[in-house]
Ligand binder design. Structure first.
Ligand code: 13P
Length: 255
């Protein structure tokens, strides 16, 4: 049975005190989750050791990072390696977020190297893909996303792919309040699963967790998560408020 995940991507928000408070508030309201359901919290790098200490002993809630560097070590001022993240008890690393692709010019070749770094260091990848509005308007989103997946993760073997989660985040839905309809999300998720099946076979595709991201909130999470190929969400803005993040976690818990 494939895992359902709700992951919170805090992006560049919250200082250390605010972060600690948010994690405490999430703990207070956290529902009991069944075996195949999991929460991931991905704060900024600076928070990781603090958040890791707060998560000690938790099985349902795991630590995520929002990025890592593409090389293993060396003279790369300001960067953080995957091995460092592993030593801070990070379990998941988000790679290929559209904000990294756009603002930091991360191309597919670099993202493929980052994916490798995460996997070499025994963590899981949350690999993001998703089209801009002009591609959606042109109706070519399926091939666009397929290319991103092909270039970012198709160099992996079947065993490595089992440590990859895909997050479909249409750029036009991120932070805009304009969520993809459940039909749009389901169509793309089914397409992505088909792309995985064509390369790795049906069993691998059926076991792959595919998250939706983009203006996901308590009021639309249940409908999105009810889609056959939507296995949870990667949450931005709504992960910064305990009540909203818990509302989305509840939607997963109720499935
Ligand atoms: P929002 O939930 O704020 O739209 O952000 C989604 C996202 O980019 C998560 O990675």
């Amino acid at each position: 049975m494939r895992k359902k995940i709700v992951a919170g991507n805090w992006k560049m928000n919250l200082d250390l005190n605010e972060g600690a408070e948010l994690v405490n508030d999430i703990f207070k309201g956290l529902p009991v989750l069944s075996e195949h359901k999991q929460v991931v919290i991905a704060p900024p790098y600076l928070h990781l050791t603090q958040t890791a200490a707060q998560l000690t002993g938790m099985i349902d809630v795991q630590l995520g990072a929002q990025n890592c560097y593409s090389e293993s070590a060396g003279a790369f001022t300001g960067e953080v390696s995957a091995a460092m993240l592993k030593s801070a008890e990070v379990a998941f690393v988000i790679i290929g977020h559209s904000e990294r692709r756009e603002y930091f010019r991360e191309d597919s070749a670099m993202l493929a190297k980052k994916v490798n770094q995460v996997l070499i260091n025994d963590m899981k990848v949350i690999f993001c893909c998703g089209e801009p509005l002009e591609i959606r308007d042109a109706g070519t989103q399926n091939t666009y996303v397929e290319t991103q997946i092909n270039e970012g993760i198709f160099h992996l073997g079947e065993a490595q792919l089992q440590n990859v989660v895909i997050a479909y985040e249409p750029i036009w839905a991120i932070g805009t309040g304009r969520t993809a309809t459940s039909a749009q999300a389901q169509d793309m998720h089914a397409h992505i699963r088909g792309v995985i099946a064509a390369k790795y076979g049906k069993d691998v595709a059926e076991n792959m967790t595919i998250l939706y991201g983009g203006s996901c909130k308590p009021s639309n999470a249940a409908e999105l998560f009810a889609c056959a190929d939507v296995d949870g969400g990667l949450i931005g803005g709504a992960s910064l408020k305990a009540s909203e993040f818990l509302g989305i976690i509840e939607a997963m818990a109720d499935l």
